[in-house]
Structure formats: C-alpha cells, structure tokens
Design a protein around this ligand. Structure first.
Ligand code: PA5
Length: 463
C-alpha cells in the first residue's frame, strides 16, 4: 500500500461533466510545462527551502540536544512568531501530537507543554500568563526579518517579565531564530549572546517549516524529524520530474491554474482529520500570500490568486457542503483522506431501543468518518464540482513532511505557470508601514499625518 496517493480524476469533464477541465483548458498549460520545469531548475539554487530535507544533519543534532535540555528544565515551551514563523509549528503540533497534549500528564507528554502565540490580542497574551509560569517557560522568538512588530512586541513583554522574575540568568529561557546577518533581532542575538538558530537565505517565511523555524518545535515535541525530512525529501524527488504524469506538484499547479483561468477562484483544503486542520491553515497562507499578486513578471496587471479556504471533514459537511454542492462553480475542493487513524472507537450496540439509528452499532468512528468522506465526495462530484483527493495511509511525520513539500513545490510551480513572483509579499508592506506610523516610528511621520486625517464615512450604524 502506498503511503500517500493523489487522485486528480474529478477535476475533469470526463468525471464531473460540463464544469470540469477540458482538454482545451489543459492543453496550453501542458505546452508550458517545459518552460515551468526550466524555471524550477534555473531557480533551484534560490529556492533553498528545497534543499532543507537533505542538508541539516548537524543542525538537527544540535536542535535535539537543545530540545532535550529544554524538556528537562522547563514546564512549557512557547513559540512567539507570526505568519510563516508560526503556522508550521502549529501544523506540526496538532498534526503529530495528542489532540489534548497540554492536558496530558507530564509523563504521558514526555516534555514541556507547548503553545504558539501568533497574535497580539491582549486577552490571548494574558490568558497564556494564566497558565504558564514564565520562570519555568522557554520562549522561542522567531522572526526572519528580525523586526516584525507583533513578534518584537511579544519579545519585549517576555523580556521584561523574565528579567523581573529571574534576574541575570533570564537568557536561559529564550531561544531565537532569525536571519544570519540582517535585522534587529540578529543585532540583539549578537550583542547579548542568546542561543540562536538561522533561517537560511532563500527560505521565505511560508517556506520555512522544515528549517529551525518549525524543526525546533518538532524537536521539543519529540517528533521524528528524520521521518519528517525523509517524507519531504522523497516528495521533492517525485516533484522534480519533468513529466507531468509523474509529478503531482506540477499536476496540482496546472489543474489549479487552468481552473483559475476559468474563474475558479477558491481552493478548499478539506482534511477529514482534526489533526490536519492546522496543516490546512498553513496551506492557506502559502497559497494566498504566494499567488495573490497584482503584476506578473513582465509588469502586466493581472490580479492573480485563488482564495484558500480551510474546511474540516466531517464538521463542515454541516456548515459548508450545502454551498459547495449547490453554490457557484468557483471552487476546487481538495479532500484529504486518512485510511488508518492512529486509534479507533467502536460503536457497540447499547442496551436500549435505537429505532432508526439501529444501523449504527457495529461500526467504528474510523469507518464512519471515511464513509462520510466517500459519501460527500460522491455528492460533490454528482453536483459537477471540481474536486480531488489526497489519501494518506495514516497521519505520521513522513506523510506530513511529504504534504509540506508537495504544497510548497506546487506553489512554486504555480508561480512559474502564472509567471509571477511567488516568493514576495509586497502588499503586506503598506499595512506594516501604517502600523509603524501609528506606533510613532521615526521616518513615518508623513504617513502618520495621512492616517490621522478624519475620513467621514457615509454609512455608519450605532447601537
Ligand atoms: O511568509 C512570509 O514571509 C510571512 O508570512 C512572514 O512569515 C511573516 O510576515 C513573519 O515575518 P518574520 O518572520 O519576518 O517576522
């Protein structure tokens, strides 16, 4: 049995009828595969994230030693970061650890409790302080640019608390991951000698889960890093093939781009496993920030992009599927099926008359969830809606590593098909600069004046 299988069949008219992809939709992009492949090869040395599965033996050894010390010494481990500096850790945590990990006993966990704080919501921050003791907590501050306001604010709050609570040894409670030479955090690392790791050049935030940004979390959580990287490495090898019939990343990119050109502007990732919802969250950032672009590489205004949606099977069958079946033909639904859950729950026949629910006993929840997936996929297909399915034999480190690399390679390839830069995020900058201005940062005075101008809305309701 294969570990991971991807079936694109229900993307095409042959399976779903009128609203599927036709040969005519596919042909121009298929003709483009050679160009896309050339671009992927030529830019391979810039896409350093592709090499991460193969080049990190030393760093993994170091992180494991650090993680061992962290788990021996601390009761909690908290990731402070945002966007690509946080979402990979979240996906690894919920994907590969017990779904109520922090409520387990220390013995069952085998390590520190684990939190990712990826917002500056004051209530969230204070809620964290209600459940951790900063003295017994290790904080991993992650920012590639070394200057992100959210992360730097969190860092300053923690720094003050640790200095007050611990005094001169406060640095033992902090690990940092940032650029090797640029940015404010790097200056702080150098000046004060914090334990630190590097985000390598050519590894952008949303492509950084397989470097120390995500791997230190994995090490602290005792996740099998070798298996994670092996899955990613094997998938990378598969996705280097020029032949689109053998390359699932190219096929994912091509089908999504062909659909996008027909106005299919939504990409739903719908795992049937609670453990994979944060992987869908991680994918959402990757797909949105990489492909949502106003200009192509030639400077043409294009407004490309496909809005990613994370949905959860079966929960969202009772929330979204009505829309997915009967609503507009504007989305691709990518189901993720898990053949074998890590555990199962049998539904025995109760000693009570169950009337019409009598068909349930004798089955298990694992069977039920997969029957529901098969049923929903059948229904969506009958409605003529584009869908595809990724089947995992189970949710394990190997398969999660493979999924990360599949989606990263698909995103990069989609960038090539669309001829856009998938690795920048210029549109995030304006909001960042406006925040700097409002926070009173030097050099942003004109913007601050502009922002303070009262704009009279003509449509306001109050209570
Ligand atoms: O993918 C990206 O580049 C972004 O989402 C960043 O990860 C995010 O903005 C955080 O940036 P930094 O790691 O520089 O703090």
């Amino acid at each position: 049995m294969s570990k991971l299988k991807i079936d694109f069949g229900n993307m095409f008219t042959s399976q779903i009828g009128e609203y599927g992809l036709t040969e005519g939709d596919m042909a121009p992009l298929k003709e483009d595969v050679a160009r896309v492949h050339k671009g992927m090869n030529e830019k391979k040395s810039e896409m350093v994230w592709r090499s991460l599965p193969f080049v990190q033996d030393e760093i993994v050894k170091d992180m494991k030693e650090t993680a061992k010390k962290i788990n021996e010494k601390f009761d909690a481990f908290v990731v402070l970061g945002i966007g690509g500096s946080a979402l990979g850790s979240k996906a690894l945590f919920s994907g590969l650890k017990h779904l109520h990990y922090n409520e387990l006993s220390r013995k069952k966990r085998g390590g520190a409790r684990f939190y990712v704080i990826d917002n500056v919501d004051p209530d969230r921050m204070n809620a964290l302080f209600d459940v951790i003791d900063v003295k017994n907590t290790c904080f991993h501050v992650i920012t590639k640019s070394g200057a992100t306001v959210e992360t730097m604010s969190q860092f300053m709050i923690i720094l003050n608390m640790l200095k007050d609570a611990i005094g001169k040894d406060y640095k033992d409670n902090i690990v940092m991951t940032t650029d090797k030479e640029k940015g404010t955090l790097k200056k702080i690392v150098d000046e004060h000698g914090f334990k630190s790791y590097i985000v390598p050049d050519g590894v952008g935030g949303r492509f950084s889960v397989l470097c120390p940004v995500g791997l230190l979390s994995a090490a602290v959580l005792n996740i099998d890093i070798e298996a994670l990287l092996k899955g990613a490495g094997d998938m990378h090898q598969k996705c280097e093939n020029e032949n689109i019939e053998e390359n699932p990343a190219y096929m994912y990119a091509l089908t999504h781009c062909a659909a996008m050109k027909k106005g299919v502007n939504i990409s739903v990732l719908m795992p049937y496993a609670d453990a994979l919802l944060d992987t869908a969250e991680w994918y959402a950032q990757l797909w949105a920030e990489s492909l949502g672009k106003i200009v192509d590489n030639k400077g043409n205004t294009v407004h490309f992009g496909q809005t990613p949606v994370r949905a959860l099977g079966v929960t969202d069958q009772h929330s979204q599927v009505q829309l997915y079946r009967e609503g507009p033909f504007d989305k691709i639904i990518c189901f993720i099926k898990v053949e074998n859950y890590n555990s199962d729950v049998k539904i025995d026949k109760p000693d009570m008359v169950m009337y019409d629910a009598n068909y349930i006993p004798g089955k298990s929840m694992g069977e039920l969830i997969n029957f529901e997936l098969t049923g929903t996929r059948y229904a969506v297909t009958k409605s003529g809606k584009m869908n595809m399915i990724i089947t995992l034999d189970k949710v394990d480190a190997y398969n999660i590593g493979a999924l990360f690399m599949l989606f990263e390679m698909a995103t990069a390839a989609a960038g090539e098909f669309l001829d856009i830069n998938a690795f920048d995020q210029p549109a995030v900058e304006t909001g960042k600069q406006a925040t700097f201005a409002l926070m009173g940062r030097d050099g942003y005075e004109d913007m601050a004046k502009e922002l303070k101008k009262e704009v009279q809305s003509e449509c306001v309701y109050t209570l």
